[in-house]
Design a binder for this molecule. Structure first.
Ligand code: PEP
Length: 250
């Protein structure tokens, strides 16, 4: 039995007042999950301290949406893995398509961030996924292979025992256009098979999330697919009722 996870990605949303209301509703409304299920919120850096205060001793974990590939030093504006540890983070998202596309993060930089996060004891949530153009050109699998290869080359296939992968087709993120459960399953299976070719046991135990317009009304069918082990949730993670419904579907 694999671990399952539903993680919210708040992106650049929130303020102290709204966060407190949202987290209060999540604490009250999310039942304690079974032992193999985890819930988490990945929040903007400035809110980590207050999120830590609010969520410690609850069954909701928290994490960051990015981190520096460097350990420390003269890197103005960057946030290190050790700093995230100071605020009790369990997870760090790496390689979100918005980071890759809007901030020029290459697969090599993403791999470095993944490795730095793991060295600090954080669980990286590694995002991979194709654009619509790439899907239409029938190169989805090559794109995902290249994104995964960079990480496996740098950190080794065994690093996947302490990581989560999120398949997020770029065309489905924030668009309201979800991959069908079968489209998502096909890519999840492709990812798992590719890793199984290197290590069967690691592939079998790897948590692979789907992300891209997951909502309360489509999460049940997505999570029912055999290789989908939960979700990375953007917009719907900002609405307590919706996020609770999605968490309850895993
Ligand atoms: C995301 O930000 O990772 C995401 C999947 O967003 P949304 O759920 O809004 O599509």
């Amino acid at each position: 039995m694999r671990n399952k996870l539903v993680a919210g990605n708040w992106k650049m949303h929130g303020n102290l007042k709204n966060n407190s209301t949202l987290l209060g509703a999540l604490i009250a409304g999310l039942p304690k999950p079974e032992s193999r299920i985890r819930y988490a919120v990945c929040v903007p850096f400035p809110y980590l301290a207050s999120v830590q205060d609010t969520l410690q001793n609850t069954h909701i974990n928290w994490g960051a949406q990015n981190l520096s590939q460097y350990d420390k030093g003269a890197y103005t504006g960057e946030v290190s893995a050790d700093m995230l540890n100071d605020f009790g983070c369990t997870y760090a998202i790496v390689g979100h398509s918005e980071r890759r596309m809007l901030f020029g993060e290459t697969s090599q930089v993403v791999a470095e961030k993944y490795a730095v996060a793991q060295r600090a004891g954080l669980v990286p949530i590694l995002c991979v996924g194709e654009t619509l153009e790439q899907r239409d050109s029938d190169i989805t699998e090559q794109v995902i292979e290249e994104q995964l290869k960079a990480v496996i080359t740098l950190a080794g296939v065994e690093s996947l025992t302490k990581a989560v992968i999120a398949y997020e087709p770029v065309w489905a993120i924030g668009t309201g256009k979800t991959a069908t459960p079968q489209q998502a399953q096909d890519i999840h299976q492709f990812i798992r098979k590719g890793i199984a070719a290197q290590d069967k046991g690691i592939a079998e135990n790897l948590t692979i999330l789907y992300g891209g317009s997951v909502k309360a009304n489509n999460s049940t069918e997505l999570f029912a697919m055999p290789d989908i082990d939960g979700g990375l949730i953007g917009g719907a993670s900002l609405i307590a009722e919706d996020f609770i419904a999605i968490c309850s579907a895993v």
